[in-house]
Design a protein around this ligand. Structure first.
Ligand code: TA6
Length: 295
């Protein structure tokens, strides 16, 4: 299988297919700047992203499961067609626990490698969600990482979905971490039964469990990691909401796939349509993008 993938989709010095330490097939993308990305076929899950400076930018828990059927704790899980437990499906939908197929790979005119993974309905997804669809993730790697998520309705009835790129950023210390650019935005607070409040703080610091969906959030926010003196610029298009999540100590202790202290080194700043569902008529398609630029 790996050999067939490399023959069909490998790109010299830029896209290679290998097994990871847990025997999952993954694509490794490399860019001339030194940036490096690992994407599993399982869940189209990005599990590692190194900057041109060689710094790992994503968090993956030491306690994460790497087992078919179980979600991975960290990296960039894709939530689809449900976000969280807001519906009858497994938490965050089924896309993150399905094996996707490679659709395309290559080099862009500016010499950035790209890869497209796709998921379409199968017997298992139809049991859970009776719709025909195509979901695709394209990753483009330069000094920034571009993530392009597309969903299409290939059936004969309309459907609604929610989706997210549930990105876990690695930070040096959550107490020296802040999200900038959400002031003035209304959020739904999961820790207060979804109560709506307007964010007053230009700089959102972390002092406890945080689980908020910022509704119709700005298309540009920053994540400051003052511990590592790094700033991540997060830009989105076609995606309405931003989730900010850190489980903090008590919740971390109750999670079997997160170490008790690991909450200190992660924060999720997620882009997607968590509350504002997308409706697609037969033949229609949706596209949302997120660009992550480290500095
Ligand atoms: O995005 C925040 C959230 O929905 C939280 O409520 C929290 O449960 C987290 O995602 C992780 O969900 P998971 O199903 O991966 O344990």
């Amino acid at each position: 299988m790996l050999q067939a993938l490399n023959t069909q989709f490998g790109v010299k010095d830029a896209v290679t297919f290998v097994e990871n330490a847990h025997r999952f097939e993954q694509a490794v993308l490399t860019h001339v700047s030194g940036a490096r990305l690992e994407v599993l076929l399982y869940g189209a899950h990005v599990t590692a992203w190194k900057s041109a400076r060689g710094q790992e930018l994503l968090f993956v828990s030491q306690e994460s499961f790497f087992e078919p059927g179980r979600p991975i704790r960290g990296g960039i899980p894709i939530c689809f067609p449900q976000f969280s437990n807001n519906g009858p499906l497994p938490a965050h939908g089924f896309a993150r626990t399905c094996f996707w197929r490679v659709e395309r790979s290559g080099m862009l005119p500016d010499d950035r490698p790209y890869l497209t993974l796709a998921l379409t309905e199968n017997v298992e997804t139809l049991k859970l969600w009776p719709f025909r669809f195509r979901l695709a993730l394209t990753v483009q790697l330069g000094e920034a990482l571009d993530l392009i998520l597309e969903a299409g309705n290939s059936g004969t009835t309309p459907f609604r979905f929610n989706t997210a790129l549930h990105t876990y950023f690695q930070v040096a210390d959550i107490r020296k971490t802040a999200v900038i650019g959400l002031d003035g935005t209304t959020f739904s607070d999961d820790l207060r039964q979804g109560a709506h409040t307007t964010e007053a703080r230009p700089r959102i610091d972390f002092t406890g469990e945080t689980d908020r969906v910022y509704l119709n959030a700005p298309d540009l926010v920053h994540l400051r990691d003052d511990g590592r003196r790094q700033v991540m610029t997060i830009e989105k298009t076609g995606m309405h909401d931003i989730v900010v999540w850190n489980p903090w100590s008590e919740r971390a202790k109750r999670m079997e796939d997160l170490g008790d202290e690991e909450y200190r080194r992660m924060v999720c700043v997620e882009t997607g349509n968590m509350k504002s569902a997308v409706t697609l008529a037969p033949g229609q398609a949706w596209r949302g993008t997120t660009r992550l630029t480290p500095a």
